[in-house]
Ligand binder design. Structure first.
Ligand SMILES: *[C@@H]1O[C@H](CO)[C@@H](O)[C@H](O)[C@H]1NC(C)=O
Ligand SMILES: *[C@@H]1O[C@H](CO)[C@@H](O)[C@H](O)[C@H]1NC(C)=O
Ligand SMILES: *[C@@H]1O[C@H](CO)[C@@H](O)[C@H](O)[C@H]1NC(C)=O
Length: 477
């Protein structure tokens, strides 16, 4: 061929390449972002490497440092309530979930009256996957993940099981979709959850849909179990239980590293949002730590509810610290707005607010999404309110902040200047306290009856061949 023909041919090839390049760029922008929500269990404020330099978690640290650190991210005092709020966008006190976690033999589950976040994402065309722990009820199939918005489920219906034998009390608890998965027996759950998460990411492109992956680890909840190599990464001068606990963070971090690597290998990293949070503060007595915050898991003290968290995505621009109050109910509308940001915005009237424009730093002069937040709310035997409320910098607590505390307050703190809740301002700002008490009482009108049925022996695994199984209650609708 002549040099002229060669030039023309390569110009055409070049043109096609530019065209394909533009098409790809458009696609990257047009396709809704993938969302990965990583939830840790019982992780304290001081159990993450960005608050405690002794913790070894390079992958989480890297995502944190290149993402948006959520400095005032609040969850509920315990597990099931936090997960309920995340899934529904409603305060748990409106769902009857203001107290404890659902026990294995309690014949109930997360109210079927609500459309859960994964169901909404399905409506937007997302593939949805739950890998890990559910803990929102399973006594009837209607309460289980695949009936509540997840296309696939791999993991645990309960909480607090053994990391290797997946047994809680006398029953086995590990499923792949609806089927009991005995192949998981003897394998460390964190590795299994990493492998399945990676597998889902590897298949995502072929599926041709954006995906929502919830990877809800057992780490670092008790029983404290971790492969020895992670324990050995910590100095022998450290208390052994502490090495196991921090080793559990490192095991989870390894899993996160594998998820990130899979996203990069599949060229999905730039169009993926990764959220990381704990579900409540560290409990007292398992070597986790919420210091320097006051209090532990199970309380409305900051140590029980202010969780380390970040959101990472190349779509969000450069790293910074986000100081607006962010409550776990806010993820519902925030993630739905992120998922629909290329089209019509889809948000719902619930207790949460979308922070998406603020996270993108596109909110201009608009006021923060929320300055009021109910930490938790319940009624005492005499039907007076018990709980905590936030208004701007101020936090008002009335009633015992934990189940064992004899002191019932009230307390008033300025969380901005006194994040450790050391100076009670009741006598200095009595009018503000009175106002906040009245406000809590107003919200108190919406406190639902606690959904706390007695354990039902019908749920015992002995009735199901030693397996925790659905099929022993009548769901309320
Ligand atoms: C669901 O809603 C109905 C009617 O609004 C109500 O009667 C019922 O108690 C609710 N069920 C639950 C489990 O919240
Ligand atoms: C599972 O491990 C726990 C310890 O965490 C142990 O007590 C229990 O006997 C084990 N169960 C089975 C079925 O291996
Ligand atoms: C991802 O985004 C970064 C920063 O915007 C860019 O440097 C990189 O080339 C992108 N990677 C891909 C695979 O598009």
């Amino acid at each position: 061929m002549t040099s002229g023909m060669f030039l023309r041919a390569s110009a055409v090839v070049f043109g096609i390449q530019v065209f394909l390049g533009l098409l790809q760029a458009c696609r990257a922008q047009d396709s809704p972002p993938n969302i990965i929500f990583i939830l840790a269990d019982d992780m304290g404020w001081n159990d993450v490497s960005w608050h405690n330099a002794k913790v070894i978690s390079p992958n989480l640290q890297d995502l944190h440092d290149n993402g948006i650190s959520l400095n005032q991210h609040y969850v509920q005092p315990v597990c099931t309530p936090t997960r309920s709020a995340l899934m529904t966008g409603y305060y748990p006190y409106k769902l009857g979930r203001q107290r404890g976690a659902i026990r294995p033999k309690q014949p109930t589950g997360l109210s079927l009256n609500h459309t859960l976040l994964p169901e909404r994402l399905q409506e937007l065309g997302y593939a949805t996957h739950l890998v890990g722990k559910w803990h929102l009820g399973f006594c009837d199939w209607a309460y289980t993940p695949t009936r509540r918005g997840y296309d696939t489920f791999y993991g645990l219906l309960l909480g607090s099981g053994d990391y290797y034998n997946h047994t809680r009390f006398s029953g086995y608890d590990f499923r792949d979709q609806d089927e009991v998965d005995m192949t998981a027996f003897g394998k460390y759950s964190t590795n299994l959850f990493a492998d399945r998460s990676v597998e889902i990411i590897k298949k995502a492109r072929a599926e041709g849909k954006p995906f929502f992956l919830s990877t809800f680890f057992q780490n670092i909840h008790g029983p404290l179990e971790v492969p020895q190599k992670y324990v050995d990464m910590y100095p022998s001068t450290m208390a052994y239980k502490k090495r196991v606990l921090l080793g559990s963070m490192t095991a989870m971090d390894d899993a996160v590293g594998q998820i990130v690597q899979a996203l990069k290998d599949e060229d999905l990293f730039n169009n993926t949002i990764i959220v990381f949070s704990g579900d409540n503060g560290a409990p007292s007595g398992n070597k986790g730590s919420n210091l320097p915050l006051r209090g532990n898991k199970g309380s409305v003290w900051e140590g029980g509810v202010r969780s380390p968290a970040f959101i990472h995505s190349p779509l969000l621009g450069s790293a910074y610290i986000y100081n607006n109050i962010f409550h776990v109910t806010d993820w519902y509308n925030t993630l739905l707005e992120a998922a629909s940001s290329q089209g019509e915005s889809v948000t719902f009237a619930n207790d949460g607010f979308s922070h998406w424009k603020w996270l993108l730093q596109e909110a201009g002069e608009a006021e923060a999404p929320r300055d009021t937040m109910v930490y938790n709310l319940d009624l005492t035997k005499t039907r007076s309110v018990k709980g905590a409320l936030r208004k701007g910098h101020y936090k008002y607590i009335v009633g015992s902040p934990t189940t064992t505390d004899k002191n019932t307050g009230p307390w008033l703190f300025n969380i901005d200047s006194d994040p450790y809740e050391s100076q009670n301002l009741m006598e200095i700002l009595p009018e503000l306290a009175e106002y906040m008490q009245a406000e809590l009482e107003f919200y108190g009108q919406d406190v639902a009856t606690r959904d706390e049925p007695e354990d039902d022996p019908a749920g015992d695994p002995s009735n199901f061949g030693g397996i925790w199984s659905p099929g022993w209650c009548t769901p309320e609708v």
